[in-house]
Structures are given as C-alpha cells and as structure tokens.
Design a binder for this molecule. Structure first.
Ligand SMILES: *Cc1c(COP(=O)(O)O)cnc(C)c1O
Length: 380
C-alpha cells in the first residue's frame, strides 16, 4: 500500500508548524505565506478569542474531565449551545468534540439497517463514513443534481431516508442547491441535513452560514451541522434543530455520549469568536472583497478557476503530478498551497486548493496571483 501510494504521487506527509494559524507562518523551519487553512475570518489567533480561552482555563481548568452526561457539561458549554441556536435560528444546538464525530453521531442515532442515506457524490468524507457506520444503505447522487436525487427518492424505500449534503463543498467551494434539495426531500418525507462546515461565519447577512444566505429555516432544513474549527477559529462542532432532534441525539448519539466533553475554555473562546462575528461584519465583507480580487486576477491570467464564490478557490489542474509539481514550485517561492489529489477528489481532478482568509492582505493576494501567473505560463 505504501509503495503504491508513493508511485502514484499520492503519499501524504505532515509539515510542522511552529506558531499560530495565520498567513505568515514558519513551517518545516521555513517562512511561508500560506493559502491553505480554513481560518476564514482570521479568528484562530484573534486576541479576544485567545483572551477568552485563557480566562476560560483560569475558571474551569483545562480538561473537562468527564463526558457531557456525567459532569463535564459546564455553564460555558451550555451558554455556547444557546448562542449557537440563536445564531443559526434553530430551537436548540448540541456540541460535539469534532465535526467528524457530529456527522457520525447523527447518522448512527437516526438510522439503522434498512434505512437509506442519499448523498451528494462530493460530500465530505465524514458524511460518507457516517452513512457507513449507521448500517443504512448509502446511495450517491450526481454532484448538485436535484433531478438525480429525485430519481433516487422515487425508488421504493421500506423505511426512513436521510438526504445529506455539504452546504459549501470543501474541495470545490461551490454551494449546494439547498432550497431545491430541501423541497424534494420534504415532498418525499425524508430527513434533510446540511453540513455547513465551510459556510458558517462566512455566508449570510450575519454570518450564520449558507442556510441564512438562502433563507432556509428549520422546517426546510431540520438538521444543521456546523463546525467551530474553521471560520470560528476554535475547535469542535454542533448540530442544531428541533428539541426532539437534540433530545434524540443526547439519548442515543454514541459519539456524543461516550466521549469527554470539549474543554470549557474552547467553549468560552468560541463565544468570544461569535461575538467578533456579530461585532465586526466588516471582516466578512473584507474577505469577500479578497475573493473577488483573487477571481478577477486569476481570470485575467487564464488560471483554471472553479465555480466558487466562497473562500475556497481551487485551481483545477487535472493530473496529480501536475498539481504536486505546481504546489512544490509555489513552495520554492515561499507560498504554501496544497495539491489535493485523488482519492480525496475524483480521478483526474487534482487541484491546488487556494483558500483565502480575512487575515490576508490585498498585497498578499496579488503576490500569489503574480507567482501563479508566472508558474502557469512556464508550465503550459
Ligand atoms: C472539516 C469538515 C468536517 C469535519 O469537521 P472537524 O471538526 O474538523 O472534524 C466535516 N464536514 C466538512 C464538510 C468539513 O469540511
């Protein structure tokens, strides 16, 4: 397996980061300008968020020491759940330690053998693993294709159906046609779930995510999963929805019950991050200006942009070797942009996954464009 991975140019290796997640960083001992994190609002190292984290540790200590259902559920966790429910316009929210675990917990709690899960073909790996762990039958519809979903929904199903999709696709940056997907799911009496890991904090009038941007309420999207480790800059995740949904998860989601609660200080830091999101809408507006700057510049250079209006701005290169070569050439120029290769993305769609953050400056984005333009010309 390892030898094959190397031969396929698909070998995964870690780099060692010496400081906080921010555009200028030192990784593997060399200073780089990074365009690859998911810290879209630049909150991971924001002073107010760091201060809240420290204050949280002073008050609650570091480890939660127990699961939520034993005695690890602090006032900080509880306040954060209420704040997230209010932020997303849902009845209630429930914290999980990671988005991966939230997705697993939802599927395992709601589905059993004989049920089915219908998913977009480009959904995040955690949703696919969630379907597998649930024992339900997984079927995938073509990317963003509402009619293909309808075709699957029309097939007879003996028991329950869950339709789940990324809100913003993590490797493509495009937005799912959520209103239509919600409609079709409701008509077919299926559950509908949106994983908004990359929309939360970034999209919508108040930053509440893709559902806010598309004005979809809890009856249209009964299940919302959001992560805290991306735009909110901390760690963990939540599921939001009706009181019955949340109670069901508390009673039976194994990834909720059988794990230690996230540190209360993380909850305090996340509350501070939410406060920044509320108080500083200009961060979001600035990020969207950077996105437009990048797209305009890349289009002028003839770079292979994908159809994305989000901070995820991949350049689809095609062959794995071409993507890794470009990524290495960028690194030689001090720019960190990872090559994303199969099996993370479909065969022959290897890409450079550029991500932008409100922590970047317009000059940094221009610099990236200049170097990309130069490399791309010499390459093609
Ligand atoms: C990152 C991500 C997750 C997992 O969230 P973690 O908190 O990092 O475990 C789930 N879904 C999507 C779409 C993601 O991008």
């Amino acid at each position: 397996m390892l030898r094959q991975r190397r031969a396929d140019h698909g070998y995964r290796q870690r780099r060692i980061l010496e400081g906080p997640q921010q555009p200028e960083q030192v990784i593997d001992g060399r200073p780089v300008l990074a365009f690859c994190g998911n810290d879209y609002l630049g909150l991971a190292a924001h002073p107010a968020v760091v201060a809240a984290f420290k204050a949280g540790a002073n008050r609650y200590g570091v480890g939660a020491g127990a699961a939520h259902l034993v005695n690890g559920h602090t006032r900080a966790h509880h306040r954060l759940e209420e704040a997230l429910a209010a932020f997303t316009g849902r009845d209630r929210a429930l914290l999980f330690s990671t988005g991966y675990m939230a997705n697993l917990g939802v599927a395992q709690a709601l589905l059993r053998r004989g049920d089915r899960v219908l998913q977009d073909r480009l959904n995040h790996a955690s949703l696919i693993d969630a379907a597998r762990i649930s024992g339900a039958r997984l079927q995938r519809y073509r990317h963003g294709d509402v009619d293909d979903l309808s075709r699957l929904l029309a097939q007879p199903a003996p028991q329950d159906t869950l339709v789940s999709t990324d809100g913003v696709f993590s490797m493509d940056g495009d937005i799912a046609p959520l209103a239509a997907l919600a409609d079709r799911s409701r008509q077919a009496d299926a559950w509908f779930m949106v994983d908004d890991a990359h929309g939360l904090g970034v999209l919508g009038a108040t930053g509440a995510g893709t559902l806010e941007a598309l004005e979809l309420d809890q009856t249209q999207v009964p299940l919302l999963m959001g992560t805290l480790g991306k735009a909110l800059g901390t760690a963990g995740a939540f599921v939001a929805g009706s009181d019955d949904l949340i109670e069901t998860l508390i009673q039976s989601a194994r990834t909720y019950i059988y794990t230690t609660a996230m540190p209360a200080a993380v909850a305090e830091a996340t509350l501070a991050a939410l406060e920044v999101v509320h108080q500083e809408p200009e961060r979001r507006e600035y990020l969207h200006r950077l996105i437009r700057q990048f797209r305009t510049g890349a289009a002028e250079l003839g770079l292979p942009l994908m159809d994305s209006t989000t901070p995820i701005q991949p350049l689809q290169v095609g062959h794995t070797l071409a993507a890794t070569t470009l990524s290495e050439a960028l690194l030689a120029q001090g720019l960190l942009v990872p090559a994303i290769r199969p099996p993370t993305v479909p065969p022959n769609t290897a890409r450079l996954r550029v991500t932008l953050s409100a922590a970047h400056t317009p000059d940094q984005v221009d610099h990236l464009l200049t170097v990309l333009g130069r490399l791309y010309r010499s390459d093609s």
